[in-house]
Design a protein. Sequence first.
Length: 476
Amino acid sequence: MSAPHPERTATDDDVDVVVLGGGPVGENLAQYAVEGGLSATIVEGERYGGECSYWACIPSKALLRPAAVATTSTRLHGVVPTDVDRDALLARRDEWVSHYDDSGQYEWAESAGITALRGQARLVGEREVEVEGEGGTRRLRARRAVVIATGSEAVVPEPYRAAHPWDSRDATAVREVPDRLVIVGGGVVACEAATWMAALGSHVTMLVRGPGLLERMEPFAGEVVADSLRAKGVDVRLATEAGGCERRDGQDTGVGRIHGGPVTLTTGDGSIEADELLVATGRRPRLGDVGLDAVGLTAQDVTDGRLPQWLHALGDAGGEAPLTHWGKYRARVLGSRLTAEAEGRPVEPVPDDVPVPQAVFTDPQVGSVGATEQEAREAGRDVVTSEVAFDGAAGGALLRDDVAGRASIVVDRSTGCLLGATFVGPEAGELVHGATIAIVGRTPVHLLRHAVPSFPTASELWLRLLEDLPTRLRRP
Ligand SMILES: Cc1cc2nc3c(=O)[nH]c(=O)nc-3n(C[C@H](O)[C@H](O)[C@H](O)COP(=O)(O)OP(=O)(O)OC[C@H]3O[C@@H](n4cnc5c(N)ncnc54)[C@H](O)[C@@H]3O)c2cc1C
Ligand SMILES: NC(=O)c1ccc[n+]([C@@H]2O[C@H](COP(=O)([O-])OP(=O)(O)OC[C@H]3O[C@@H](n4cnc5c(N)ncnc54)[C@H](O)[C@@H]3O)[C@@H](O)[C@H]2O)c1
């Protein structure tokens, strides 16, 4: 028998899988492990459900949906135009975040057979995790795997830090609506937050350093969203950076509250004063306090995937696409692998090049999957593209009287298979899954022509897209 570890005490726990972080990804991984017959413990330092449930996906979409319905009501003959009710909208958000009470999610984890602990977790050695919780310090030992699923944190660049600006937590948890709001950034958080803050009554100015919004998507996506934000009164300033940022009495007054006196930002065109500043300039994996150094690793090792066989990093912490559904997919794959290994079964193969889908809940929505035309060309693919107006199908045009938007597909010329697709228009997020299935199934476009969309749905855009391709590709 081997000698006991000198630092281990009577409170030690041995478990198959230890998960750091009880966000959607950590919860999913633990659920798959337990369903596969393994024991799993999650350690969560704040709230079960993670950023997604309380400060990101759920509150943002709870705020955006009524705003989208209200806008649609003003652009659809036959209904009485309506507007959002600010207090009712914030109350809806509060309901969707369960008033920031995670007991439902905690109870779900326990009912799923997961051991749910509360506390800060950090690696202290190979397979060893220390938990600082209410009951003191506890040490867990993982027989099979330790999984880091600690999420990500907002990056606030230096010039803005001293001003105590809002980050995405403040924007999703908004309690005091600033009359004048400046948003720095032109990515997904900036575009979605501009949409709901304008709906709540803020006068929004966006300072976007690049030439367009949503820079990782097809350029027409950012163009349509910029036009629509401008039509809502948002001042979208492209190719504009703030050189200076001053604020009187900037302080932490609480999440979602206005953090002090007016903020003044200096740009090449002069200065702008606002009542609040939202910095939405990206996120980085939250790895600072997980004890990587205790096992001789750095954050860069995590990003590069240089981890020992017993250690995994998933979700936003792993550095892949920071999207809930993507992290959960990776969790399902890893959960299946861990259980197969435990049972001595072959590990199920995972297809190469699984494409990442994304829905952006602006007005109109953007749905995309796989490669943009530029990404495909940069990867050396010979591609052919097809692009049509969203109202090119009666089902798309019927959704709203002022339908703006487009749809495009990127097709590999040699195989005839889809590499990517983008839809911008009302409810466009719902159109993406067909493209995802076509890419994963490697279905050539000549076969897609036999997938018949119903009339009159927006899915008939597929007919227009396929008809617009060269005839040669449309034949078997
Ligand atoms: C405003 C906003 C809107 C978004 N909207 C969408 C959307 O509509 N769709 C979408 O797919 N994605 C969206 N995202 C991205 C999405 O929120 C993340 O991809 C998702 O939350 C990642 O899940 P996760 O489990 O990896 O991390 P998280 O949800 O961040 O959970 C990580 C958990 O780990 C805990 N933790 C951290 N360190 C420790 C530690 N040392 N010990 C114990 N616990 C720890 C944290 O408290 C947290 O609960 C949005 C992001 C933002 C900012
Ligand atoms: N609906 C959704 O799926 C959804 C919604 C919100 C967030 N998210 C996820 O959250 C992640 C983070 O979103 P985000 O919008 O914060 O990041 P992002 O990377 O999408 O966009 C960051 C923006 O800030 C700009 N920027 C970066 N550094 C800057 C600087 N120093 N000064 C000025 N501008 C600067 C970039 O040019 C870009 O416009 C996204 O990648 C996305 O995956 C998803």
